[in-house]
Each structure stands twice: as C-alpha cells, then as structure tokens.
Design a protein around this ligand. Structure first.
Ligand code: FMN
Length: 442
C-alpha cells in the first residue's frame, strides 16, 4: 500500500449465483450466468463506476461431503456449489471496464508453479496489468480427493509446499527482464538472450528449469494475495504477498491481527506498509434500520434452517449435523483442529462468539455474522468503515462479502455509500494508475 492511506475497495463475487441469493428478488434466476458474460461485465462496469480496486473470484475445486456425510445438502440448496472455473470471465470483464482489477484463486497444494506463472502472466497481459493471484493452500477434503489425495496434506506441510511454490513462481516471473525485448528488424534480433534466465530450481516438491517462455507482463508479477490466518499462513503472507484478506470479526481482533502480520513482516525484513489488508465485510444499504431488519428477515426466511451448519461443515471439514442441542461452538475446537483445515478462522469464531450461545443458535446467523457487517443508511455505513479503517492503521481497505441480493448489493454500495466515502476523502474519485498494483499503491 506504500504510504497510501486511502480506503481501497474490493468485492468478493464468488457466490453471487449460490448461497440462497438466487431465491432473493433481483437475483440471477433464469439468466445464463455462466454461459454468458453479460452479468459479470455489468458487475465490472458497476465496480469501475465506484472506482473500486478489485473484483475477486475465490476457488475451491470440490463438492463438500462433510454435512451428514454426503453432498446431498450442498447440491440441493446450492450452498457454495457449483463452482465453475471463473478465469475465462476475467478477460471479458477487463474489456468491459478499464479501471478495476481482478483477483483469481489458484491452489499451491494442487497445481504446479510453472502453470501458475504462465497463466497469470497471460492474464496480466490481457487485462493490461490488472490481475492478482490469491495463493491458497486449500483446506477442503473433497477437493483433495479430486486431485488424487486420499488424505488431505497436513496443514503446516501445505505451507511448506506453498513457500516453495511461491518462490518458484516469483523466480519464473523474474526470469525475463522487462527490457529483454529488442525487436530489431534489421539485425534480426527478437529478444536479448542475456536478459532471459534459467532458474534451475531443484527443491522438495518442484524441479523447474525455466525461463518462463513469455514476454514480461505489465506488472511483471501479479499482485499476490495470501489469506492465511495461522502462524505459517502469516509467515507465507509476509514473505510473498502484496495484500492480505482477513475475516476478523471485531475491531480489537482486527487490531491484534494487524499487529501479528506486522510482526511477521518484520521477521521477513519488510515493513507494515508493504502489505495492506482487505477486511471482509458484509455491507447492506437500507433507508432505515427497520428496512434493514425487514431485508434480513426476508433473507433468513429464504435459507434452510440448517444453512449455517451446512456451511460450517464445509468450512471446517466437520459434520456439524451431529451437534447436540446443548453443544457450544468451543466444544468443536479439538475436532476442527484435527481436520487440518481452516484453523485460523475457527479460532477467531471461538474467541469472538458469545460463549453462552449454543452452536445451533450461533449457526442460525452464521451466514450473516461470519464476517463483520455494516448495515443501514449510507452515512451509518460510511461511519463504521471510517472507524474500522483508521482503527486499523488505514493500511488497506475492505472487501465486500455476501449481501442479500446479487448485483443489487454492489450497485447500492457504489451508488449510495461510495459517494459518501469520496465526499469524506476516504476513497478515490478516479483511478490513479494504469495497473492494479499502481492503483493499490496510490
Ligand atoms: C477473504 C478470504 C478469501 C478466501 N478465499 C479462498 C479461496 O478462494 N479458496 C481457498 O481454498 N481458500 C480461501 N481462503 C482461505 C485461506 O486461504 C486460508 O486457508 C484460511 O484463511 C485459513 O488460514 P490458515 O490456513 O492459515 O489457517 C480465503 C480466506 C479469506 C479470508
């Protein structure tokens, strides 16, 4: 984020077609959401209008079988399922909107760094330098089975692989120097071989000779995002990332998280301003608290009673359908830890949830309360974002997560909240750079 204190804005658009939103007014039902790009092109244009930095597609390649031991519930309800490969949508969206950037997710556990480096180099070219890579270690059982693992790799070992993966990918992106292209017609020299380098990497998981057979892309490396919350996750992030995603649920826990990341950055000989955090937040604009309450009621009515348990089961690789009525969230801490999954996020829930609530009570609002929320009038939402932004050192911004209506949620944010943020001098009125990295830095 360099010294830039402005509030950066992004939106997670991974689940616009699932998560019960298809039951809400204004949703995509009847619209060919994947076989046509218009819906996503519109979203890119809306984000551009709000001078948002980035639209994000998460990815996991699985069909969760944790709840009740089968995929029945996730398929029946469309709970984070299906998941298409959204990378082809990015170039189409980039043509429709010239300012906003695009983040896509690729697993360091199941893919190869050569493929990753080549793919993101290509995406960076076609988006004219507006792409980011969300480097994830993948914490889901059914996904592991799809990539040939009977057992999911251990949590910390996934980070060992991720560290080598990122190292190789970065070496490949750096293997062709930016001024290597000569294109001298008279001498017949296309590129200068002295500026193109083998990497000769031999490691525990990968042997890669290099160089990357590609022209250097506008950003050279994509913007790298890492969302690890555990100690090895923070370490990986501190070493390679430009940006972090985080789902802390209260201001004190956000502040503690920022401090933990800063400590990891110091260990990696980098500074706090080298990595901004985009905090996940659910934003819902309403004319009054009463109108908001009505929307919330309508949404909760559209989700099945076990929706929270279904989602938690997927998230933490544990069958929460077995929860007895008296069980608390903390009662599952050991079982979650033994599953090698999203340890950091569950720990955050245990620390911040009201200990009096039973798991079943908590799960009823899980779809709403898993991340922070800012709801109500644009002024009230801007007040909350401003408080959280300055309370955490004005070093990053927010990524909108969830919301009660597919594209209307983003539209309302851009049309009603962004002007208020801009009026207060919090967010940008125009794009300042050509690339995503430049926009994030200034
Ligand atoms: C906003 C956000 C988006 C994420 N997106 C993905 C994703 O698309 N795919 C995935 O496998 N994990 C995703 N994760 C999970 C993280 O990569 C990471 O596994 C998780 O935060 C747990 O961290 P830990 O492994 O250090 O405990 C996301 C996390 C956050 C906070």
């Amino acid at each position: 984020m360099a010294q830039d204190q402005s509030m950066h804005l992004a939106a997670d658009i991974s689940f616009l077609h699932t998560d019960y939103l298809w039951r809400m007014p204004g949703s995509w039902v009847g619209y060919p959401y994947y076989s046509s790009s218009e819906f996503y092109e519109d979203i890119a244009r809306i984000a551009d209008r709000g001078v948002m930095d980035m639209l994000f597609f998460g990815d996991t390649g699985g069909t969760p079988e944790d709840y009740g031991g089968s995929y029945h519930a996730v398929v029946e309800h469309g709970a984070k399922w299906p998941r298409h490969d959204m990378s082809p949508m990015i170039p189409l969206m980039a043509r429709a909107a010239q300012g906003v950037g695009f983040a896509w997710t690729l697993s360091t556990t199941y893919h190869h760094p050569f493929h990753c480096a080549r793919l993101f180099n290509a995406l960076d070219h076609v988006t004219k330098g507006r792409v980011a890579w969300n480097a994830v270690t993948s914490a889901y059982k059914n996904e592991a089975a799809n990539y040939g693992y009977d057992e999911m790799m251990e949590h910390d070992e996934r980070y060992v692989r991720a560290d080598e993966f990122c190292n190789v990918a970065c070496k490949l992106w750096d293997s062709v120097e930016p001024d290597a292209v000569v294109l001298d017609r008279e001498k017949g020299v296309f590129m200068d071989p002295a500026k193109v380098h083998r990497i000769d990497h031999r490691g525990k998981y990968f042997n890669v000779r290099g160089p990357l057979p590609a022209l250097p892309s506008p950003q050279r490396r994509p913007v790298i995002i890492q969302a690890g919350l555990s100690p090895p996750g923070l370490k990986l992030c501190a070493e390679f990332a430009d940006l972090q995603f985080s789902t802390r649920r209260t201001l004190p826990s956000m502040q503690a998280h920022r401090a933990a990341l800063d400590a990891a950055l110091a260990q990696a000989r980098r500074t706090p301003r080298d990595i901004g955090i985009l905090w996940s937040i659910r934003v819902e604009v309403a004319e009054s608290d009463a109108e908001y309450a009505e929307r919330e009621r309508r949404y909760l009515e559209a989700v099945p009673p076990d929706a929270g348990l279904i989602e938690m089961s997927f998230q933490f690789n544990v069958d929460f359908s077995k929860a007895r009525p008296d069980m608390r969230v903390a009662d599952f801490a050991e079982e979650v830890a033994s599953q090698k999954g999203n340890l950091g996020s569950f720990d955050e829930i245990v620390k911040t949830v009201d200990p009096k609530l039973t798991l079943r009570e908590f799960s009823k609002r899980y779809l709403l309360d898993r991340v922070l929320a800012a709801t109500g009038t644009p002024k009230k939402i801007a007040d909350k974002l401003e408080e959280l932004h300055y309370g955490t050192g004005a070093n990053g911004g927010f990524i909108l997560a969830r919301g009660f209506s597919a594209s209307d949620n983003l539209k309302n944010f851009v049309d009603f909240v962004v002007p208020e943020l801009q009026r207060r001098g919090l967010s940008k009125k125009k794009y300042t750079g050509r690339t995503l990295r430049e926009n994030l830095n200034g």
